[in-house]
Design a protein around this ligand. Structure first.
Ligand code: EPU
Length: 327
């Protein structure tokens, strides 16, 4: 069965199985239908299948967005893992709830958002998460509170190999009801100034417009968003690079470390818009690798290796894929 993936690779699993509720998942487990090897995935917007998967691919279709608590200041919402992430963002914006709007239009589903700690424009999903509900391969339920989830830049407890058999079923979020925006990233303020008013709907629109201007639509050009993580480097190395490249963009992390945009480094290496066979570096955002048509996972891995080698040679910095490789 073909595995859905936003790179548009033609990859197959021995079995692709979906479930609509926790009860259905528990039943599949109890009946011994989930045999090894298995892979639990969202809609494949952050995965790179290097070859066909010789096992069971599982996908949650648990839906529903339900208010579980609220007062004048905040609201708690329980969201099914299979809910499309941007549908949840739109739901919050329509109701006047603050917090998710900067994460507009990120592809993928809510369960995966909590695994990947998705982030954009100065916000990470961990900023909104209260807890993550799970079921493991033995059918045991457990709720992880946010502070147990080991969230960091594009990282979480759930990404660790030993958590492969823990499936996210629901995510509990907390949103604000009082006006509060995150506007300091990149050109947000500048773009917002073109709108007559600052409100949740205009901010969502600005984010959508910025994303659409840089990031390719996977339905048109296969891709998985940012292919690499932005490397966090020791301050001494950053100082050396800044001396050499005074206009190098960067973000402060802490006293000892600074984050450098991998997209900028790849661009400086001359890769933007360049192809290696049927895989290419996107011409509007060098952090994104695209399938020009007919590429396989191996083609994209070859391009990724070549790009990483260039960055290492020119800047002395290792960059690592953000996309998860499925071998
Ligand atoms: N830049 C270039 N050339 C490029 C790309 C970027 O010079 O080809 C420069 C930009 O001019 C800017 C800096 O690099 O000064 C950063 O670029 P941008 O703001 O586009 O963000 P990014 O660091 O490339 C990250 C996230 C994106 C997220 C944006 C906005 C990661 C791995 N990526 O990209 O997330 O949308 O910030 O917050 O952290 C994703 O994870 O799939 C994703 C798209």
């Amino acid at each position: 069965m073909r595995i859905p993936n936003t790179f548009g690779f033609d990859v197959k699993a021995a079995l692709y199985a979906e479930y609509d509720s926790v009860e259905e998942l528990e039943k599949m487990i109890a009946e011994g239908r989930i045999t090894s090897p298995f892979l639990h995935m969202g809609c494949g917007s952050n995965l790179l299948f290097v070859k066909d998967y010789d096992g069971i691919v599982l996908h949650s279709r648990i839906g529903g967005m339900e208010v579980t608590a609220e007062d004048d200041e905040q609201v708690c919402v329980r969201v099914g893992a299979g809910v499309i992430w941007d549908d949840f963002v739109a739901y919050c914006v329509e109701r006047g709830w603050y917090g998710a709007e900067n994460l507009s239009l990120i592809p993928g589903e809510t369960g995966a958002s909590a695994v990947q700690n998705i982030g954009a424009y100065g916000v990470e999903v961990k900023d909104l998460i209260l807890s993550v509900e799970t079921v493991n391969i033995r059918g045991e339920k457990r709720i992880y509170q946010k502070d147990e989830c080991e969230y960091a830049y594009r990282k979480s407890l759930f990404k660790k190999p030993e958590m492969k058999s823990v499936f996210v079923t629901y995510v509990n979020f907390i949103l604000g009801k009082k006006e509060c925006y995150t506007l300091d990233y990149g050109t947000i303020r500048q773009e917002l100034a073109k709108h007559p008013a600052v409100n949740l709907a205009t901010l969502r629109q600005v984010i959508i417009d910025i994303r659409n201007s840089k990031l390719p639509d996977p339905k048109v050009l296969g891709n998985a968003g940012s292919f690499f993580m932005n490397p966090i480097v020791p301050r001494a190395l950053f100082e050396r690079l800044l001396h050499q490249y005074p206009s190098m963009p960067h973000y402060e992390v802490d006293a000892d470390r600074v984050k450098i945009p991998a997209g900028w480094m790849i661009d400086q290496c001359g890769w933007k818009g360049k192809a290696l066979g049927p895989a290419a570096v996107h011409d509007k955002q060098a952090l994104v690798l695209v399938n020009l048509g007919g590429a396989t996972g191996k083609d994209v891995v070859a391009l990724s290796d070549a790009v990483r080698a260039s960055v290492k040679e020119k800047f002395g910095v290792e960059i690592w894929p953000e996309v998860n490789f499925i071998e």
